[in-house]
Design a protein around this ligand. Structure first.
Ligand code: F6P
Length: 524
């Protein structure tokens, strides 16, 4: 399946790219900019247009990057992922989030009929449950219909549903509110519950493992609230709790009713799970048909990723540009700036997607890497970011590639506001590229320019284009992981701290002097 031991830095392409990068100091994006460049340095799919002409890149460097891609296990790994092979090699798991949005015929052709059946059953469950809640037919313990949903989960069991619910709030059912409790900070759950009526509230406990400390403590606190306010002896077995998990037995042991449990499987990674039952809160909010439209958008991106020629393949292009900046032009971070307030959560979502996937230091065979992997991903909506960190983007001594994300149309905005917002985005990418020379008397007014960016334009923000946008970045991360020959689907780095926190709480931790002193300051 993969070229065992592949080392990108040992390839001829890598050397070619190093040489190409050395020549790049003389390359001016603005000088290279022509209509012809714009017409070639673009790609489109599923209502998303990508202009990548404002990058420090030329045809020779691009050819080198495609050479590197072709040297890498990318093509075989992509096929293996879609076919359900266990490409997550440290956990011996398949990686099949794409199956959640594929057609039955596609899955059958890939030998995934059993998975297709499981997916169909769970989708039916999501449909029935979400429609019942939306129709006011799911009644609380005192016979009242539901007005508030609280999604309790963290990481992949929170970020996707929260992002989608915000991004698609235009389609939310009036009178049905969705809340998200991820952090274990007691203030959050306290203030969330304070505003709610327990009679009309349903808590969705979303956890792949159903062992996550923060989620279980939040769920227990919510259960105590139902007991106190409604006198429920077994709140987890009441209509007020629904579980979503890949570990149903664990949930049932805690008291959850099997018929109020939705499932997914170990072949869906947590940060790739919003397309599964983890998306229940999305379906409740926007309706099952629109949830399916979101899956359709992702599926269109999957098809594009599988079939579009590599030179026009949007995830591939974004991934190779990222590798160019990370490994050859020395840029350690990527800023993602959506010019749409409804996409405020997108940078947070991408942080887990990208950094938990590709923040790795050994390759698929366990050997230490001699090249850099995933960048630090960060960002904020525009124009807010302009009044905060854009100073550094324009004049700081860093190369920070930026992904700008804008909307061509926005029926929720006001025409003048929409134009001002998008004009700011276009102005920023132009300013970063072109810069402006200042007189020697006023050097602080100098804008060096030549600062790279991509611009992604969505026709509009619909369930479909939103699904495609998220899948675009999923596949971008995949391509980078394939070229770096790392396992993008495990996350061992998060385990050490979790273990120490448990030991610390049980008084078993054998910690250093600084940590012991800090524990003392806590008064424990
Ligand atoms: O700690 C990291 C992590 O394991 C993520 O990968 C995951 O999305 C999150 O915790 C939540 O895990 P779970 O869904 O099992 O509660």
């Amino acid at each position: 399946m993969s070229q065992s031991g592949f080392n990108p830095s040992a390839t001829e392409s890598w050397k070619t790219l190093k040489n190409a990068a050395a020549k790049m100091s003389a390359f001016g994006i603005a000088d290279a900019m022509t209509d012809e460049r714009v017409s070639r340095y673009q790609a489109q799919c599923a209502g998303i247009y990508l202009d990548f002409s404002k990058n420090r890149i030329d045809d020779a460097a691009l050819a080198g990057l495609f050479g590197l891609l072709n040297d890498s296990p990318f093509a075989s790994l992509r096929a293996a992922m879609f076919d359900g092979e266990a490409i997550n090699n440290t956990e011996q798991r398949a990686v099949l989030h794409t199956a959640l949005r594929a057609s039955n015929a596609e899955l059958g052709a890939r030998g995934l009929a059993a998975e297709a059946q499981q997916i169909a059953e769970q989708k039916q469950h999501i449909k029935t449950l979400s429609e019942k809640i939306r129709a006011g037919q799911w009644l609380g313990a005192t016979g009242k219909p539901i007005t508030d949903i609280v999604n309790m989960g963290i990481g992949g069991s929170d970020l996707g549903p929260k992002l989608a619910s915000e991004a698609l709030k235009e389609f939310a059912q009036p009178g049905l509110r969705c809340h998200f409790v991820a952090n274990v900070d007691g203030e959050l759950i306290r203030s969330t519950l304070t505003d709610l009526n327990p009679e009309t509230t349903v808590v969705i406990v979303a956890s792949k493992t159903f062992t996550t400390q923060e989620t279980l403590l939040n769920a227990n606190t919510a259960a105590a609230w139902f007991t106190e306010r409604l006198g429920l002896a077994q709140p987890f077995s009441s209509p007020h709790f629904i579980g979503v998990t890949a570990a149903p037995d664990t949930a049932i042991e805690l008291g959850f009713l099997p018929e109020q449990l939705l499932q997914f499987w170990d072949w869906v990674g947590g940060r790739y799970s919003m397309w599964s039952s983890i998306g229940l809160s999305i379906a409740i909010s926007i309706g099952f048909e629109r949830f399916e439209a979101m899956l359709d958008g992702a599926r269109e991106m999957d098809q594009h990723f599988l079939t579009a020629p590599l030179e026009q393949n949007m995830p591939v292009i974004l991934a190779l540009l990222g590798i160019w900046y990370r490994n050859f032009l020395g840029a350690p971070s990527l800023a993602v700036i959506p010019y749409c307030e409804r996409l405020e959560q997108f940078p947070f979502y991408l942080q887990q997607l990208d950094m938990e996937s590709n923040g790795k230091g050994v390759n698929r065979e366990g050997a230490k890497l001699d090249y850099q992997t995933g960048p630090v991903v960060w960002g904020l909506t525009g124009t807010n970011g302009q009044h905060s960190f854009f100073q550094l983007l324009h004049q700081g001594d860093h190369v920070v590639p930026v992904d700008f994300i804008g909307l061509i149309r926005d029926s929720l905005s006001l025409p003048e506001h929409h134009k001002v917002l998008q004009a700011n985005m276009l102005a920023q990418s132009a300013a970063l590229m072109s810069g402006k020379k200042a007189s020697s008397a006023e050097p602080y007014r100098n804008y060096p320019g030549n600062r790279p960016s991509n611009t992604l334009l969505l026709d509009e923000l619909t369930p479909k284009s939103f699904g495609a946008l998220v899948a675009l970045y999923e596949h971008k991360v995949f391509v980078q992981g394939a070229v770096w020959n790392i396992n993008s689907f495990d996350q061992w780095g998060v385990e050490l701290g979790k273990g120490i926190a448990k030991d610390l709480l049980s008084g078993d931790a054998n910690l250093d002097a600084s940590s012991r002193s800090l524990i003392g300051k806590m008064g424990w």
